[in-house]
Design a protein around this ligand. Structure first.
Ligand code: URA
Length: 192
């Protein structure tokens, strides 16, 4: 029997809450463990993600996988789930428009309701401003955890931004190490 997340994915595939559903190749719903307690949220699918139907599989995804492996996590493991604010690719990789993000939020809210994550890591400005605070500034506030409704939220650099600005890679690594520490503090490292 399909689990609740798979049912949600199937419902999401029929979504036409905004026009992006008409131009995408594949829905990019999310990937990871249905029991994950750490949820990563990016902005929206790029070209490779659109073609493959999986988040963060292009160049920025390779960098994300590298940071995950540095703190002993991986997308195939039991601890994490990766999703985006918008589930369909905005044409030409433009930022999702606020009304597209808004239209897609019910799907992310349902994903959060099913996963009940203890930690959400926002990858980049679009996710952090939507989930943490509308005036979130990544360069100033990256790596800081704050609790909202029982979930610890943290924003860090988007991997695509790190590919452009390599000087920030050290700060990003510190953020991932802070994530590892927070997971230890919340006893999320020894759970299956
Ligand atoms: N950038 C994102 O924000 N999400 C993806 O899935 C890929 C690139």
């Amino acid at each position: 029997m399909p689990d609740a997340m798979e049912l949600l994915r199937a419902q999401c595939a029929g979504c036409r809450n905004c026009p992006l559903g008409n131009t995408r190749t594949n829905l990019v719903f999310g990937v990871g463990s249905p029991t994950a307690k750490v949820l990563f949220v990016g902005e929206g699918p790029g070209e490779q993600e659109d073609l493959q139907g999986e988040p963060f599989v292009g160049k920025s995804g390779q960098l994300l996988d590298k940071y995950l492996s540095l703190i002993d996590l991986d997308r195939g493991g039991s601890k994490i789930y990766i999703a985006n604010i918008v589930k369909c690719r905005p044409p030409h990789n433009r930022d999702p428009q606020p009304e597209e993000s808004e239209a897609c939020m019910p799907w992310l809210r349902q994903q959060v309701r099913l996963l009940r994550p203890r930690i959400i890591v926002c990858l980049g400005r679009i996710a952090a401003q939507r989930l943490i605070s509308p005036d979130f500034r990544v360069t100033r506030e990256h790596g800081q955890f704050r609790e909202k409704g029982g979930i610890w939220l943290m924003g860090t650099f988007h991997p695509a931004a790190l590919l452009r600005n390599t000087a920030q890679k050290k700060d990003a690594l510190a953020d991932f190490q802070a994530l590892r520490d927070k997971m230890a503090q919340l006893n999320l490292l020894d759970e299956i």
